[in-house]
Write a protein that binds this ligand. Structure first.
Ligand SMILES: [Zn+2]
Length: 132
């Protein structure tokens, strides 16, 4: 796992544990599929980079990953795989590809704790009693 900025290496440990799980799961998946090493471009940021940003990065529930070196086909497959395994719930997605003004990337996010709707994640992640 690589980090664009050194400070994100430390901030990684402040991220929501469910998000860290997704990133580690992805890192392994990238290796298994001979994709370039997973690169995290942004984790927790207190300042909003764009005006209408939700603030989800500020609270440790979002991270961005680079798509450099990935084919269009791989990007689509990665986003689809994440959203299939980790269901955010409601009208939101866990993974989305977008460019909000500072480069095309995959944005990852997890729901607020207590609204966790993942049906297929390991039980230990869903400590809020939403999985029997
Ligand atoms: Zn983001």
């Amino acid at each position: 796992m690589r980090f664009k900025k050194e400070k994100d290496r430390q901030l990684f440990w402040e991220l929501d544990i469910r998000l860290r799980y997704i990133l580690i799961w992805l890192e392994y998946g990238f290796k298994l599929n001979n994709l370039p090493e997973l690169k995290i471009t942004s984790t927790i940021r207190k300042k909003k980079l764009i005006k209408n940003e939700s603030g989800i990065h500020a609270c440790g529930r979002a991270a961005d990953i680079s798509i450099k070196g990935l084919s269009e086909e791989d990007i689509k497959w990665i986003v689809k795989s994440i959203n299939k395994k980790f269901v955010y719930g409601g009208k939101y997605n866990t993974a989305l590809r977008h460019d909000v003004g500072f480069g095309d990337h995959i944005h990852l996010q997890v729901p607020p704790q207590g609204e966790l709707l993942w049906g297929q994640c390991p039980g230990w992640i869903c400590w809020n009693g939403l999985i029997k």
